[in-house]
Design a protein around this ligand. Structure first.
Ligand code: ADP
Length: 492
């Protein structure tokens, strides 16, 4: 039976009121305190005119206030829209307008009512609305191929399915999960609700970037037992300080292809550690499949993405949308309890990506990922069908970056792709065709900085006379010339 995040939390608070729910540099809150504090905030939101079904933006650094805000918004019957405080103002304004938010918690943005989170004066007397499992819990923006980000609508029941009695990780009230992922990305859903709905403690990492050199201390001093790191951070951590993982019982990684040599190295260095590969798009609520890597498992060439979560169904289909036999590659379609309601205000795109299975009439999200199901049900990831890619764990549609580039008057047309720098890093490169005589790369980079999140700002710019075209008339991103890494004019 599905339930709501708010009810599941209240149950936990009633059972263990004095257990620590969250801790951070600024202090900690027990379950009872977090319950009371978020009740008070929900009351304030209602008094400020927030109605059930509204959207409320949350734009806060990692802090106890952040968690109070998310829970308070849900208790008010509204959905939160997490905003990265580091994103450029123009992009934030676009998201706030697109989501039609009725209020912003945290930072001030012109044209919107702002609320700060402060400790409650007493018990709130405002009556809060009932919340249903099918109500919207959050809107999360992810890169859109046609130039604008799109927003995924996640319901309460999607989250509670992900974190209630999970079969991919052991979380009990004694556990401590680190909250490190940017809250605008859905790994934070697992970190926060995975802890709070299981009676465990969520430990908020200090605001800003945590360096690999610092992570070990942070994990040890907070006695963290469960950690999520995107594949890129996971690999770097193993390279820089593999001993940091000692003391954890589980590390979860994923969000991008996980490297076999790194897993091997970690397994040797910390044999008692459970390593889990988690796979899933935002549209199916953080993880659709997970793989607990066995201590002696022969990984061959790749780390499997594993088996479907409870009440989740992963089907491999062919180009006609028909399920294929085990062992045959095809597109991964994800159905079941974690499939999002769709894209906010984008009915056409929703119909295109969220489809009915011709064989059973059930609703599936077409991931655009290629995979293969082994006879034992374990899924292997085989890459993307389209041009979407990941950079440092961030999902990027090249079309969105290219659109922003061509909005600049000095650019006629542009293409972006990843290229590997001689140092081994993958970098985002832009190839641009000028619209006239002049192109000031510095100005172009500033334009991108002003409009795009950091991970979508190209690291290098190459001016070309024209873009290579494939036979079917699309930009041939693979045929773009290799950048001259030694040229100063590549970087601006
Ligand atoms: P998240 O980063 O939370 O996994 P996104 O929506 O940003 O979610 O990105 C989802 C895409 O990332 C997937 O469709 C897939 O292409 C890729 N991906 C996610 N997890 C893995 C994994 N464990 N292995 C390989 N690719 C992955």
């Amino acid at each position: 039976m599905s339930t709501t995040v708010t009810d599941a939390f209240r149950c936990r608070a009633a059972r263990t009121p004095d257990a620590v729910a969250l801790s951070a540099e600024q202090g900690s809150l027990s379950y009872a305190e977090l319950d009371r504090w978020s009740d008070a905030l929900a009351g304030e939101l209602a008094e400020a005119g927030v109605l059930p079904g509204d959207r409320v933006a949350v734009c806060l650094e990692r802090s106890p206030q952040l968690v109070v805000a998310l829970l308070g918004v849900l208790k008010a019957g509204a959905a939160y829209v997490p905003i990265d405080p580091e994103d450029p103002g123009s992009r934030v304004s676009m998201m706030l307008a697109d989501a039609d938010v009725s209020l912003v918690i945290g930072q001030f943005f012109a044209g919107f009512t702002t609320l700060k989170v402060s400790p409650p004066a007493g018990r709130s007397t405002v009556e809060l609305p009932a919340v249903a499992p099918e109500d919207l819990a959050y809107l999360m923006y992810t890169s859109g191929s046609t130039g604008k980000p799109k927003s995924v609508m996640i319901e309460h029941r999607n989250i509670t399915n992900l974190v209630t009695g999970p079969n991919y990780v052991d979380v009990t009230p004694g556990d401590r999960i680190l909250q490190l992922a940017p809250v605008a990305f859905d790994a934070a859903t697992f970190e926060i609700w995975g802890a709070l709905l299981n009676g465990a403690r969520v430990v908020l990492a200090p605001p800003g970037v945590v360096q690999a050199e610092e992570l070990g201390d942070l994990l040890r001093s907070n006695e963290i037992s469960v950690l999520w790191l995107t594949a890129a951070l996971f690999h770097r951590q193993i390279d820089v300080d593999v001993a940091a993982f000692k003391g954890l019982h589980t590390v979860m990684t994923g969000g991008d292809v996980v490297s076999v040599p790194h897993v091997r190295q970690l397994r040797e260095a910390v044999p008692e550690l459970q390593i889990v590969n988690g796979y899933g798009p935002t549209e199916t609520t953080t993880f659709a499949t997970c793989h607990r890597i066995g201590a002696d498992e022969d990984l061959g060439g790749a780390v499997p993405i594993g088996t479907q979560l409870q009440n989740v169904e992963v089907v491999v289909v062919d180009a006609e949308g028909k399920p294929v036999e085990p062992g045959t590659p095809g597109e991964l379609w994800i159905g079941g309890a974690q499939v999002a309601r769709g894209y906010w205000k984008r009915p056409d795109l929703t119909d295109e990506k969220f489809v009915r299975g011709g064989w059973n009439g059930e609703r599936y999200y077409r991931t655009g990922d290629q995979g293969r199901k082994r006879a034992d049900g374990v899924v292997e990831f085989l890459g993307r069908i389209d041009d979407q890619f990941k950079l440092r764990g961030f999902r990027i549609e090249p079309g969105e970056v290219e659109n922003a580039l061509t909005e600049h008057p000095q650019v006629r047309t542009a293409a972006v792709s990843l290229r590997t720098h001689p140092s081994g890093d993958r970098r985002l490169i832009a190839w641009v065709v000028k619209s006239g005589e002049d192109l000031d790369k510095r100005v172009l980079k500033a334009h991108m900085r002003a409009n795009m999140p950091e991970h979508m700002v190209p690291a290098g710019f190459v001016v070309v006379d024209e873009l290579p075209i494939t036979n079917n008339g699309k930009t041939d991103r693979k045929a773009l010339p290799e950048p001259d890494w030694t040229s100063k004019s590549l970087y601006v």
